[in-house]
Design a binder for this molecule. Structure first.
Ligand SMILES: C[S@@+](CC[C@H](N)C(=O)[O-])C[C@H]1O[C@@H](n2cnc3c(N)ncnc32)[C@H](O)[C@@H]1O
Length: 199
């Protein structure tokens, strides 16, 4: 899809449901690359993408996989989900709430090697027991990696700090990228590796 059409569609969906869509525009290329970076260059990994939107990160994951492994893209918005299914026939596109994903993986006997989250994480409280991120960490392989989109403007605010502390409790290693100023809004990518056995 041309980037301008993509941007217009995205802005329209943001106007319809600002809380769910959370950003005015699809992620810029450096953010997409950082989110997809843990996708390994060899083997047949299971990559789970949450909040895939219009597919800019999906495309980067396809490029890195080069036809290997399995790619599940989950999207709550029906119009984005339909676009994804049309654009990426090789991707297992699920029009669903990301909250269903841990159970879905367990029911299918699957463990994710990489989970990529474009979800607005403020919408998923860390106080829930267990939290979505805790359930996701429990649905990953021991050497799995998790990436989460975050916004520079809110990263020092209480909820974002609580989420980051939560990631540190769930994973052995957590790093945060530099701010990508050319994203709308400016963004960071948190990368967490190796889920702790009990979360
Ligand atoms: C900030 S956008 C990111 C879109 C895309 N990954 C990108 O980087 O351009 C957040 C996306 O998460 C989706 N979303 C929000 N809540 C969701 C949920 N509970 N389950 C699945 N998708 C959700 C929104 O519809 C939206 O497409």
């Amino acid at each position: 899809m041309p980037r301008t059409t993509d941007a217009l569609t995205f802005a329209l969906e943001f106007a319809r449901s600002p809380w769910d869509v959370a950003s005015l525009a699809p992620s810029a290329p450096p953010v997409c690359r950082a989110l997809a970076l843990p996708v390994p260059e060899t083997g047949d990994p299971l990559v789970v993408e949450l909040g895939a939107g219009s597919g800019v990160v999906t495309q980067e994951v396809r490029r890195r996989l080069g036809g290997r492994g399995r790619h599940l893209a989950v999207e709550l918005n029906p119009r984005f989900a339909a676009t994804l299914a049309e654009r990426f026939p090789d991707v297992d596109v699920l029009h669903a709430d990301a909250r269903q994903v841990p159970d879905l993986l367990r029911d299918r006997g699957l463990q994710a090697d990489v989970v990529i989250s474009g979800l607005p994480w403020a919408a998923f409280p860390t106080g829930d027991a267990p939290s979505l991120h805790q359930r996701l960490a429990g649905a990953m392989t021991a050497h799995g990696a998790f990436t989460q989109l975050g916004y520079a403007a809110t990263r020092r605010a209480g909820p974002a700090r609580a989420h980051l502390a939560h990631l540190h409790a769930l994973f052995e290693e957590v790093t945060t990228s530099r701010t990508v100023w050319r994203n709308l809004p400016p963004a960071v990518v948190h990368t967490a590796r190796r889920p702790r056995p009990c979360g």
